[in-house]
Write a protein that binds this ligand. Structure first.
Ligand code: ADP
Ligand code: MG
Length: 437
């Protein structure tokens, strides 16, 4: 991971890791004041939110959120339709403030969380590199996403300024940093997975002459696309990738994130049922891709009943396999365990890769080996967010276990993993605050 990060920073296209510049050179520190808005497109739900800041980090951030699924037809419609929908949602949200007469009183500042790969030109502009996650709005690739939104806001007569265009990981880092200035990286492990971190400007070799006051910039790794010949892949991974709409893409994500884990388990169970008499018959449902969602797989994995009742119930409900013998139930739990443990350990290894890249893995840089180094390990916080990590306790347990194992306990105690809540939304509103002036 650390080697690929170097390569991705050295030249455009130098690695499968895009290492995208974000132009975020200053992270929120708690002194921000005022009311700011954020729109989030690219998660399970589309969200609109408002944050009130009073200049004191310690006081609770007040915020209001509205979330709704993006109507399916808009995911493949025209950009005008998609952005008009987004602008209308914001207009309705603002109209509910007070008596509604305040719509045009003063200009509002907004951050746009857009969780797709974007090549940024500035903190508030950037062009879409490609759609992911089922979106395929025509004529959008290559266009400035923030400008599309700004135009739609104008069409709706809203005096709202798009102050920041932000990847969801960057929002998470911003919120993490707002609460704890030792935060240096952010990871999302939900439906997909991605990471960003604070890099030294002189390490971003592909962009010579870049200057920032802080000497740093947040880099969006797009780590879901990480690949390395060192990464051991099974036949299940190879088949899942080959049958996916984006073969050879997002290889790391396909071994880690919530979108895929359930389907890896299904593939293993299918093969077992074909090559053994584990179940009496081969259920045709076992052949249906993505029929086993990760939350149900987690429920089987975490079944604590003595007769593994939940495992049997889910196998029956999802795959229509009746009367699963106890021995087979145990094997299914074991399969879930192996798949999830691998995913969590890969994510942990990725985090250590980032720490290594920025000299926070305790190896003491070029001098001295681990443990023998005299350099004092600094407190290092990694913000983390996403349903897989926060709702699947065995996943997070395995991730922590692997971090301790790789770093060693002495170093690991300086590395703090902190869950942020809705950083992808709130953090973006914070960035709108930092960058609107
Ligand atoms: P998104 O990634 O769409 O922004 P989240 O961060 O909330 O949304 O992650 C949702 C994903 O997390 C789901 O797609 C699912 O894969 C996973 N997930 C949610 N709840 C659980 C659970 N209880 N067990 C395992 N995985 C879960
Ligand atoms: Mg999300």
């Amino acid at each position: 991971m650390a080697v690929e990060m170097h390569a991705g920073l050295a030249s455009e296209g130098g690695s499968k890791l895009k290492m995208l510049l974000t132009f975020v050179d200053n992270l929120p520190n708690g002194t921000e004041r005022g009311t700011y808005y954020a729109l989030h497109l690219g998660g399970t739900n589309f969200r609109v939110l408002r944050v009130h800041l009073n200049g004191q980090r310690s006081s609770v951030l007040e915020h209001d959120v509205e979330r709704q699924p993006i109507p399916e037809h808009l995911m493949t419609s025209t950009s005008e339709e998609l952005f008009d929908f987004i602008a209308s949602s914001l207009k309705e949200f603002i109209a509910k403030e007070g008596d509604g007469s305040n719509i045009s009183t003063n200009r509002r500042e907004l951050g746009f969380t857009f969780s797709f790969p974007v090549k940024q030109m500035s903190v508030s502009s950037g062009i879409l590199i490609k759609w992911t996650k089922g979106f395929s709005v025509v004529n959008m690739v290559g266009r400035d996403v923030a400008a599309c939104l700004q135009e739609a806001l104008a069409r709706k007569g809203l005096d709202v300024h798009v102050a920041a265009l932000v990847n969801d990981t960057v929002g998470t880092l911003a919120l993490g940093h707002y609460h704890d200035p030792d935060t240096v990286a952010a990871i999302i492990i939900g439906t997909g997975t991605n990471a960003c971190y604070l890099e030294r400007i002189d390490a971003i070799i592909k962009c010579q002459g870049l200057l920032t006051a802080s000497g740093r910039m947040v880099v969006n790794m797009e780590w879901g696309n990480f690949w390395s010949s060192h990464l051991p892949r099974t036949s299940y991974d190879i088949d899942l990738d080959a049958e996916s709409p984006n073969p050879n893409d997002q290889g790391f994500e396909k071994m880690i994130s919530g979108m895929y884990l359930g389907d890896i388990v299904r593939r293993v169970i299918l093969r077992m049922s074909m090559e053994s008499d584990m179940f009496e018959l081969i259920s045709p449902k076992l052949k249906i891709p993505f029929i086993l969602r990760t939350p149900l797989m987690a429920a089987m994995h975490e079944d604590n009943s003595p007769d593994l009742r939940e495992v049997a119930r889910i196998l029956k409900e999802v795959f229509e396999i009746p009367e699963v013998p106890m021995k087979a139930r145990k094997i299914v739990v074991k399969v879930c365990d192996v798949v999830t443990r691998r995913a969590a350990r890969l994510a942990a290894a990725g985090i250590v890769g980032i720490l290594k890249k920025i000299g926070r893995d305790g190896s003491g840089g070029i001098t001295g080996g681990r443990g023998r180094s005299n350099t004092k390990m600094r407190r290092t916080v990694v913000a983390i967010e996403g349903g897989l990590y926060s709702s699947y306790s065995l996943f997070s347990e395995y991730l922590h276990e692997a971090l301790n194992e790789i770093l060693g306990e002495e170093i690991a105690k300086h590395v703090i993993i902190k869950v942020t809540e809705d950083g992808s939304g709130i953090g973006t509103a914070l960035l709108a605050a930092s960058y609107s002036s």
